[in-house]
Structures are given as C-alpha cells and as structure tokens.
Write a protein that binds this ligand. Structure first.
Ligand code: DQA
Length: 145
C-alpha cells in the first residue's frame, strides 16, 4: 500500500508556530514519526509539504494511479479551497483528512471543511497521533481485504 501524505501551509513551521496549539515538536519530527509508523505497519509513504494551493492540487491530480490513498492536512486551505475539493473529486482520490488540533473546537471560521466533503474519514485533535491513526485506519482496511 502506497500512501501520499500531503501537508499544507505553515506546517513546515511546526515547533515554532503557536506551540501552545500545535506543540513543540518540529516538522522534521513529524516526518520521522510518520516514517516509523509506516515501517511498523508495512506501508510505503511519501511525505510532501507546500505553502501553495496549486502545488497541493497538482500533487492530488498526480497521485492518480500512483498512490492508494492520501493523508491530507490541507491546513488553512481546508476551510477555503474549493480547488482542492474539486481535485479530490476529479481523480476520485481516496482521502483521509487529518488535523493536529480539533478545528471544530476553535474559531467559528474553522468549522467548515471543503476537504471533509471529499474525504472518506477524518482524524483530528490528536496531534501527530492524527496522522498515525489515519495510517492505522488505512492499514487495517488493507488487512481486512
Ligand atoms: C490545522 C487546523 C487548521 O484550521 C489550521 O489552519 C492549520 C492547521 C491542524 O492541523 O490543526 O493550519 O489543519
């Protein structure tokens, strides 16, 4: 099973960025934890981050036929990007939406998610654990096939 992990804007600044919300661990540490779990679950992962909406759209389009699923933290684009939702629908990407925090418990403007309209499942509010839960969910589905 090949999983593409896509991270949106400002997630490269983990550790520095509002640590009271997002924690003290860095983006590199997030990548390392994802890779450790991938090895444990025997799944292949590729991890990418961009601050640009179009790059995320390109990567979703290009995932078709290459990756079995996408774990997507679109960050702020979650709440604004119809283009990301359209890309998910266009290539019928299997998407698991993740968030470090629980957006529904934050400001009102974070409650709506375009990504949720195209995602199979969502894990949020678990810190790095949201990504791990998404990987475990995908691996469990693979094992029960
Ligand atoms: C986030 C939540 C979003 O509302 C926010 O814009 C982010 C990060 C999270 O992982 O908790 O950038 O996706």
């Amino acid at each position: 099973m090949k999983i593409l992990v896509l991270n949106g804007p400002n997630l490269n600044l983990l550790g520095l960025r509002e640590p009271e919300l997002y924690g003290a661990k860095t983006y590199r540490e997030l990548e390392a934890e994802i890779r450790d779990s991938a090895a444990r679950l025997a799944v292949e992962v590729e991890i990418r981050q961009s601050n640009h909406e179009g790059s995320l759209v390109d990567w979703i389009q290009e995932s078709r036929g290459v990756f079995d699923a996408i774990i997507l933290n679109a960050a702020a684009y979650t709440h604004t990007s119809l283009a990301i939702l359209d890309a998910i629908k266009a290539v019928k990407a299997r998407v698991i939406e993740v968030h470090l925090t629980e957006p529904n418990e934050r400001e009102e403007f974070r409650r709506f998610s375009y990504v949720s309209l195209g995602a199979e499942k969502r894990f949020s509010g678990l810190g790095f654990g949201s990504y791990i839960a998404a990987m475990e969910y995908l691996a469990k589905g693979r094992d029960s096939q």
